[in-house]
Design a protein around this ligand. Structure first.
Ligand code: SAM
Length: 270
């Protein structure tokens, strides 16, 4: 795997976060139902003319967003900014998937793909419209002539609830657990940058031990629908469909920032 060439420390926020949380990522996202999610996303793609079986999974993390596609017989190429996340993906798939460290703001051209996607709010780690446009432009450069792009972003509801709450997310055994402490306000305005601290916390033992070890801080930006549509346009992409879903993953239209937790965008080269 090649090394990422992300910019300065500030620009490397997401990379440093995921390098730190890679060891617990699969544990704290174990409840994410990708099969259920894909049962909604794939028919939506098919309605928009999906054909072929070549997938580029941008910001693939530990592989959760491409494993169900491998099982469906797709040829998968994948990348992520975090080498530690990719190492976990590699441990699951060996050499069957081409995995590269890459920053989606400077996405290389890996080839021509029938489907390019970036799932589970990966784009919310981009902290400005310009970064969003750069990433979308790079994804466009990897599309086959008939290829489709799909991505999700978190809605205001996600920032006003999940990013505003404390949640004990996963038991690691021996009295240790992963704890999420959202720092956002319940009335977070559109376009805000929101943070959440992730820590590993331990029960106090008979000797009074225990405590908390903060692993990293998630920093995400909310992108309102209009801003995403403008970025798609500037990146040379035509938006085909916008929909949303709540915590159940069931797609609905129109997108509603106050009842849907995620917005889903499907696009193609303009
Ligand atoms: C919430 S995880 C989702 C991972 C995977 N797509 C999934 O569904 O499990 C977000 C991923 O985005 C990656 N990421 C964040 N900023 C990135 C960037 N600029 N370029 C590439 N990957 C990035 C992180 O390293 C992390 O693996």
């Amino acid at each position: 795997m090649e090394a990422a060439t992300a910019g300065n420390e500030e620009g490397r926020w997401a990379e440093l976060t995921y390098e730190a949380i890679a060891p617990v990522y699969d544990a704290y996202t174990a409840h994410h139902d990708y099969e259920g999610w894909f049962a909604e996303l794939l028919p939506a793609l098919e309605r928009n003319g999906l054909r072929g079986r070549r997938l580029l999974d941008v910001a693939c993390g530990t592989g959760k967003s491409f494993l169900p596609m491998l099982a469906r017989g797709w040829d998968v190429t994948a990348c992520d900014i975090s080498a530690a996340m990719l190492a976990r993906a590699r441990a699951k798939v060996g050499d069957t998937v081409e995995l590269s460290v890459a920053d989606m703001r400077e996405l290389p051209t890996f080839g021509e793909f029938d489907l390019v996607w970036a799932l589970d709010d990966a784009l919310n780690y981009l902290l400005s419209s310009d970064e969003l446009e750069q990433a979308l432009r790079g994804m466009r450069g990897n599309l086959a002539p008939t290829g489709l792009l799909l991505f999700d972003v978190n809605t205001l509801l996600a920032y006003r609830t999940f990013f505003a709450e404390t949640d004990s997310m996963a038991e690691l055994g021996e009295g240790r657990r992963v704890v999420w402490r959202g720092q956002a306000a319940p009335d977070t305005p559109p376009g805000s940058i929101c943070e959440a601290h992730l820590s590993v916390e331990e029960d106090k033992g008979a000797t009074g031990g225990g405590g908390a070890q903060t692993l990293a801080t998630h920093r995400q930006r909310h992108f309102p629908e209009a801003e995403v549509l403008e970025a798609l346009d500037r990146a040379g992409l035509e938006c085909l469909e916008v929909s949303g879903h709540g915590w159940d993953g069931i797609l609905g239209k129109p997108l509603d920032e106050t009842t849907h937790s995620k917005a889903i965008f499907i696009a193609r080269a303009a």
